[in-house]
Design a protein around this ligand. Structure first.
Ligand code: ADP
Ligand code: ZN
Length: 437
């Protein structure tokens, strides 16, 4: 892995596809052998199926291997899936536990080197170089976001400002005083930074910042427009999860046409979430990832519960590694209301087509007279807020109609004053479920 010193692009993203496939196969064979020899749960699942590591002769043979799920990490908590002795483990992280009890993941020094490499490739692909100053406003600590992004900034030789989350006014001041060029944080937090900058009389668009690397939560095209126009930046979607490595599994290039998966390290498949059957490239389903070169805690065919598709057409940027589409939803986030399956991301994308609203919203589920009820609280922007009641009612109707056109349900819309919905510093909380179970 080498970074070009001029523009810091990485040669590994542009290798010939045949070479990439050959490399993936060798790595897959090695990691399967390693997991089989060192992880009891993996070995017993392989044995149940009568599959041995030597049965992996082509990349397609990956379909012989058993799946792993988050529950397997919980069942073996804390160290049951580790595949190296503790003396080789140099770092532990734990997932933020958005959907339940935290899980713990481990890294060898080599695993950390790979992580900083892929994060470096992500930042370089967004046009950041050693000449830039990059603020990392993901949480530092057990969450993988902060330290993961941090290592990537150092990898490309840029200057890191390890701001972590919180103290938003100070973050804005640092951005201005240091002349920060790039930022890594959740998209919802960047929105908050724009707002706080405005409150302090600072127009983010006039600062040197030009690139935002946003991930850890789903965000829509409408959100992109708000981030880019409010911040005067180019926004890049980055995807990752603790179980696989952390941020840096996949990222957009400057074409913004899906996220390139660093598939020399993370092998992607899409399956039908109901049957587990592997779907052809291009079809939507659940993303399954295999870590090809992570040794402390190899993850074989890990079911991410994230829904997307693989894009095989070559990207205009020239990278040969495949892309995945924007993560349209996380299956855990789905809720069922009056028999209809709804994802918060669908509501967001509908909402943000309407003029006069902000990307701050909250979905509240309740039980009324024994029936499920859903209310969407939406913050209006300052301009709409000063409108007459009649205009606000019309806005409410436009939102209801936009949402109905996407989810097929007419839901109650409550308009709330600017800055009244709680801001998040990490992953935004979009749904409050107060239904009586
Ligand atoms: P937790 O499971 O506790 O949220 P992580 O911090 O590891 O733990 O979060 C990983 C999850 O965050 C992913 O599985 C995915 O659902 C979500 N995520 C991360 N990046 C993105 C992104 N760019 N777009 C949509 N969802 C994302
Ligand atoms: Zn590209």
């Amino acid at each position: 892995m080498t970074f070009d010193p001029i523009d810091s692009l990485c040669s590994a993203d542009f290798v010939k596809v045949e070479h990439l496939r050959a490399l993936q196969l060798i790595r897959l064979q090695k990691i399967v052998r390693h997991a089989y020899d060192n992880v009891a749960l993996f070995r017993s699942r392989m044995d149940e199926r009568g599959v041995k590591p030597e049965h992996i002769k082509t990349l397609k043979d990956i379909a012989l291997l058993p799946f792993f799920k988050k529950i397997d990490l919980r069942d073996t908590y804390p160290f049951g899936l580790f595949a190296v002795p503790q003396s080789k483990i140099v770092r532990l992280h734990a997932s933020s536990g958005t959907t339940g009890k935290p899980i713990v993941v481990a890294y060898t020094q080599q695993d950390l080197d790979i992580w900083s490499e892929v994060m470096g490739r992500a930042l370089a692909g967004a046009g950041l170089t050693r000449n830039d100053i990059i603020q990392v406003a993901y949480g530092y600590g057990l969450f993988t976001g902060g330290l993961g992004a941090h290592a990537g900034v150092e990898k490309i030789g840029a200057t890191v400002v390890p701001a972590s989350v919180g103290n938003t006014q100070r973050q804005v001041m640092l951005m201005r005083d240091f002349g920060v060029n790039g930022i890594c944080c959740t998209p919802s937090y960047f929105l908050h930074l724009i707002e706080q900058a405005n409150a302090a009389g600072i127009d983010m668009r006039e600062l040197p910042i030009r690139v935002g690397i946003f991930g850890a939560e789903p965000w829509s095209q409408g959100m992109r427009e708000q981030l880019e126009s409010g911040g005067g930046i180019e926004a890049f979607d980055i995807y990752g999860l603790s179980e696989i490595i952390g941020p840096g599994v996949a990222v957009e290039c400057t074409e913004h046409a899906g996220m390139h998966v660093f598939e020399d390290h993370f092998y992607p498949e899409i399956i039908d979430p109901d049957t587990g059957e592997v779907l052809p490239d291009g079809e939507f389903g659940e993303l399954v990832l295999t870590t090809l070169s992570k040794y402390a805690m190899p993850m074989i065919r890990y079911r991410t519960r994230d829904l997307t598709r693989i894009i095989t057409e070559p990207c205009k940027c020239g990278r040969t590694i495949r892309r995945i589409d924007r993560i349209s939803a996380r299956s855990d986030d789905m809720f069922i209301i009056r028999g209809v399956n709804v994802f918060p991301s669908q509501i967001e994308s509908a909402l943000l087509t309407v003029e006069g609203v902000t990307a701050n919203y909250l979905i509240i589920l309740t039980t009324e007279n024994g029936m499920d009820n859903i209310e969407l609280n939406v913050e209006v922007n300052e301009n709409s807020f000063s409108d007459q009641v009649r205009e606000l009612e019309a806005l409410q109707k436009r939102i209801a109609a936009a949402v109905e056109s996407v989810i097929g349900l007419r839901i109650r819309i409550k308009l709330v004053a600017p800055k009244t919905i709680a801001r998040s510093e990490g992953k935004a909380k979009r749904v409050i479920d107060n239904r009586i179970k």
